[in-house]
Design a protein around this ligand. Sequence first.
Ligand code: NAD
Length: 351
Amino acid sequence: MTVFNSPSFDRHELVAFKEDHASGLRAIIAVHNTNLGPAIGGCRMYPYTSDEQALDDVLRLSRGMSYKSALAGLPLGGGKAVIIGDPATQKNRLLFRAMGDFIEGLNGQYITAEDSGTGVADLKIINERTRYVSGVMDGSQFGGDPSPYTAQGVYCGIKAALAYRQNVTSLKGVRVAVQGAGAVGRHLTQLLINDGAVVFVADINPNNLKLAQDLGAESVSPEAIFSLAVDVLAPCAMGGVIDEQRVGQIKAGIIAGAANNQLANAIQGEQLRQQGILYAPDFVINAGGIIDVYHQRIEGSSDNTAAHVESIGETLQKIFRRADKLSKNTATVAEELAEEIFLRPMKTAAA
Ligand code: NAD
């Protein structure tokens, strides 16, 4: 396994590996860039089938966090941790304590948070061994779970996209297709329905689907959700869903959802533009979670979180305007804007 030659390696500042025999922990932490501040990002637990797969994931995800935090206006860098293991069967107290020791050993270069496969209970164990943990603040409005704020950000992003593209300011009667009725998808469904939107939901998990139906959403099969005639498509399940095959099936005029890495390849960003579909770049619209984490961890208060999350709408409109002006796709423009922010201190130092 190589690190520096890995396809996802992109000038990462630090990649650290840990194996702890006693607990069975095998983990990788990647810090992509700390020009703006300490690297914050979730700790994912997943049964990776190879070390290469785990390395690729942590490199890609930590890089994404640098871009996300920069455009969210946060003084944070990009980092991520992955634990190689099945969260359903391999979680134990020793393992998370060993993970805490691993994080503590980096002296604050990386601050962890929950991610897929880990939750507040796991972070509390990590927190027994290190201070560098976010999302465990008992007094926070949602007990440390960032998904309500992620949903709030997506909701603001959908409104910003509708205002930009359709000059629509009310969600009443607007048709939205939500793929994935998990933590974010369900909060989003609730917000949209509260405002009078017509929401269609698809999920492979019947329990989550039922919860969304109970909120008033109409269920659709997972195959049909991408080709529905709707105003907005909100991918809130997995990454890579906008691929070569699907891109031509999409009838929505706007794609605005929470899932990370929605575009299978960068070319899909350009294909969407050429089809006249307005794409809200995922790492911009789904920043509500990291904004919440920042306010909990650094400010120690959630008082300003909601207002900060609302600013996602303005950031998206700036990206939409610049993309139209330059005849570029929104994903490219968002990356360029983020680099202008987080690479600037480095350029100044070199000058
Ligand atoms: P979750 O695991 O709670 O929900 C995901 C849902 O998608 C589940 O109900 C699952 O059954 C469903 N799903 C999976 N594959 C599907 C398919 N093929 N078709 C339909 N449904 C499918 O996750 P979440 O916390 O709601 O996050 C959703 C997405 O948003 C993820 O991609 C995550 O990385 C991203 N995200 C989440 C946050 C957050 O705060 N939770 C922040 C930023 C980004």
